[in-house]
Design a binder for this molecule. Structure first.
Ligand code: ADE
Length: 292
């Protein structure tokens, strides 16, 4: 299912990291629906195998490759696999990433480095290698999936720092690579996009339980609402857009109920099958403090 016209990406090839689950999976499904051929990458082989079976068992249309994006050799292999198996690489979607909730006082250097390594260094390696092996000669479009870290990211300082750095990297590359015909933009989903994978990543903190009050639109977002934004940025409709960040957060990053109160009576009907609220960061902080 897609809001875009059927066949929009016929003849195109996309590489989606973290493409087996959550937002990455929604992106992969929409690309396939628009007749794009896709390679999905993840560290977990079984996850990839199941995703391919469920989404599209036709191996000429959807292929999977195990890759740890922190590892330069594996990243080089992933890009060369895509180019040799699919013949080209038009679109790169850097969606693979991860983090864990922790205050900075409690965080180890190892934990900090792991999150920076995946989210920042992994994205750097993927962009660099896609450019070296294909896009410098043929052009292409890159979309980096970041996060709502625009007012800081308490209890997620590592990923906030990494995602802010990826946003800045996106701006630098948009200028460096414009002459090669490469466009590169970022999409920042709010912490209010519900998917079962995202929920399980937050463990027992039940992050998706009470978020509505922080969202002007008074509902959660869906992975499909992120995916349609990515597809727009990949499409010719975005041909003059590069170095930009699009927020997909129902206005949450702009909203403070201290200066503008939107009451619960303005709840918007949530049509997508996820009638769940999210914990605010304040609730999370209290939860973590209570557990000390
Ligand atoms: N998703 C989360 N972490 C990842 C990693 N290191 N490599 C690829 N995909 C990932």
């Amino acid at each position: 299912m897609s809001v875009f016209r059927p066949g929009l990406f016929k003849g195109k090839v996309a590489l989606v990291t973290g493409g087996a689950t959550g937002i990455g999976r929604a992106i992969t499904e929409e690309l396939l629906a628009l007749e794009c051929r896709v390679v999905i990458a993840s560290r977990k082989e079984e996850r990839l195998r199941n995703a391919v079976q469920e989404m599209c068992p036709d191996s000429s249309t959807l292929k999977a490759r195990v890759c740890n994006i922190r590892n330069e050799t594996q990243v080089k292999d992933l890009i060369s696999f895509t180019v040799s198996e699919m013949g080209k690489l038009d679109f790169l979607i850097n969606n693979g990433g991860g983090q864990f909730p922790s205050g900075v006082s409690e965080m180890t250097l190892k934990g900090w480095n792991a999150v920076i390594d995946t989210n920042l260094n992994g994205t750097f390696l993927m962009c660099q290698e896609a450019h070296r092996q294909w896009m410098a000669q043929h052009g292409g479009v890159i979309v980096n999936i970041i996060a709502d870290m625009f007012r800081g990211f308490p209890l997620m300082a590592h990923t906030g720092a990494a995602r802010a750095a990826v946003e800045n990297l996106t701006k630098s590359l948009s200028v460096e690579w414009a002459e090669d015909g490469v466009r590169i933009n970022a999409v920042a989903p709010g912490s209010n996009i519900y998917s079962p994978t995202a929920a399980s990543n937050y463990g027992d903190l039940k992050i998706f339980e009470h978020v509505r009050e922080g969202i002007p639109m008074k509902r959660l977002g869906t992975p499909q609402e992120v995916s349609s934004n990515v597809c727009f940025l990949l499409s010719p409709g975005a041909a003059f857009i590069t170095g930009a960040t699009f927020k997909v957060d129902g206005g949450a990053s702009l909203y403070s109920y201290l200066n503008w109160k939107i009451g619960d009576e303005h709840d918007q009907t949530f049509e997508h099958g996820y009638p769940i609220k999210i914990l605010t960061h304040f609730d999370l902080l209290v939860d973590i403090k209570n557990r000390r």
